[in-house]
Design a binder for this molecule. Structure first.
Ligand SMILES: [Zn+2]
Length: 457
């Protein structure tokens, strides 16, 4: 990372920051699908820890506790007319998969610093950004920095389970106050140190859109009864046939605008022959589409995908079920909607006896942020100045982030944090042995400080 000998002097104590991150990891702020299992004390204890650890921040910014467990900070800018920005992360982490506890080098909630790494659940997703943002703000305050535009920091408490109680409520709070944001920066993309096909340099991936999230339940009700006298056509058979038809008729592949923009950016840096392919993506579309369709990861970039996830029939082996249901989880490409996708699903199933119901927590794809906007360009330039050896590329995110709750009050939404990850490191997110290097934590702190300094002037 380039030395930041700019006109402001920041002295960040990275070893102390690493201790702060390790301490934050020790709070077991674990999200559960069943939110009644949430240990609320762990969240409030983390709030208190942040309060004592960042005294200046807590003196100079207004802190609001939203829905008991989420945090919203307001750093008031001097210019009331300037559009505010919102920087976000989340306080919750995913649970540790049962049976993997002993596979961790250090226990997941011990918050151990060892061999230049901070270890534990949340080190990459995403207490690193919570601490990175706090360190950055505390340091800027120490330096006497005062922003021109207002800066919000938002930390939801249920991102890992869709964020309806945390980020959605924070957004509602701001909306009710009439707040309109210039941009939101959330997690999402990161720096892929292994590059991309054809690009050797690390690639900083900035998500400019995220796919929609839709869960449909397919239900067939029937009479039930003894399995010794089954009808010719059973509910289980009908649901199974519906799932097979969906699998045989995938959604068509499309190159949406964020994916085209990604190839354009990569095309400028790629080595031949990738350079020509990326730069002339329309020309090579048939080849590219068939290559991308080959792996689940890249297929998700170009298609609305359907994953059957749950199936339910009878509880007894000799009893016909009275009701059979299948749950399918769908990720929607930009330009499509829940309605259009549901209509196509019904069309493909082509069985009026199957009831198709939308489950709650579904959302349309996000709007696509503009890569020519001043906000994207400012973010890109900050990344390039701090990480001069990287290539910056926009992309379409398959997973959902808390930022989508802000779509109605923000002009742009960008999803990026400068974690440097290899292909292998990516498995650490939500996986076993999560950890971050202290060096990378320093880069994250510096990145946030520099971004705030530049965009909040
Ligand atoms: Zn996360």
């Amino acid at each position: 990372m380039k030395d930041l000998a700019t006109n402001f002097t920041m002295r960040m104590d990275v070893n102390r920051a690493a201790e702060h991150l390790a301490a934050a990891i020790r709070f077991k702020t674990i999200s559960h699908q069943d939110q009644s299992k949430l240990d609320r004390r762990e969240f409030t204890a983390l709030h208190s820890y942040l309060r004592v650890t960042y005294p200046l921040l807590h003196r100079m910014l207004t802190r609001e506790i939203v829905n008991d467990l989420s945090l919203l900070y307001t750093w008031k800018g001097s210019n009331e007319g300037a559009e505010p920005i919102l920087l976000m992360a989340h306080l919750d982490v995913v649970p540790v998969e049962q049976g993997t506890e002993n596979d961790w080098v250090h226990p997941p909630f011990a918050g151990v610093i060892d061999k230049d790494f901070v270890w534990g659940r949340g080190a990459l997703d995403i207490k690193n950004s919570v601490i990175g943002l706090m360190e950055a703000v505390e340091c800027l305050l120490r330096d006497g920095f005062a922003p021109t535009r207002t800066i919000y920091l938002a930390f939801g408490h249920d991102e890992e389970v869709i964020g309806m109680e945390g980020a959605a409520e924070i957004s509602r709070t701001l909306r009710e106050r009439g707040v309109r944001l210039a941009y939101v920066l959330d997690e999402g993309g990161f720096i892929r140190i292994d590059g991309m096909p054809g690009v050797k340099k690390p690639v900083a991936m900035v998500a400019v859109a995220e796919k929609g999230y839709l869960t449909l339940e397919l239900v067939v009700n029937e009479a039930g009864g003894h399995s010794g006298m089954p009808p010719r056509r059973t509910a289980v058979g009908r649901v199974a046939a519906a799932l097979c038809r969906l699998e045989r008729n995938p959604f068509p592949a499309r190159l949406t605008c964020p994916v085209r923009a990604m190839f354009e950016s990569l095309g400028r840096e790629a080595a031949p022959p990738y350079r020509y392919v990326y730069a002339n993506i329309r020309l090579f579309k048939p080849v590219v589409m068939s290559r991308l369709s080959a792996s689940p990861q890249s297929n998700a970039m170009i298609r609305t995908t359907i994953a059957p996830t749950m199936l339910k029939g009878s509880d007894k082996e000799n009893m016909m079920p009275r009701s059979v249901s299948a749950v399918i989880n769908i990720r929607i490409l930009p330009d499509e909607t829940r309605e259009s996708v549901t209509a196509r699903v019904k069309n493909v199933i082509n069985d009026p006896g199957i009831i198709v119901m939308e489950r709650k927590n579904s959302s349309d794809p996000s709007p696509v942020s503009d890569v020519r906007s001043p906000e994207y360009i400012a973010l890109k330039n900050t990344i390039l100045d701090l990480f001069p050896d990287t290539v910056v590329a926009p992309f379409l995110m398959v997973a959902a982030t808390d930022s989508r709750h802000f779509a109605s009050i923000s002009r742009q939404i960008l999803r990026f944090s400068p974690s440097r990850l290899s292909q292998e490191d990516m498995n650490l997110i939500h996986g076993t042995g999560e950890r971050i290097s202290i060096k990378n934590l320093e880069e994250i702190m510096t990145f946030y400080a520099e971004l705030i300094r530049r965009t909040a002037l």
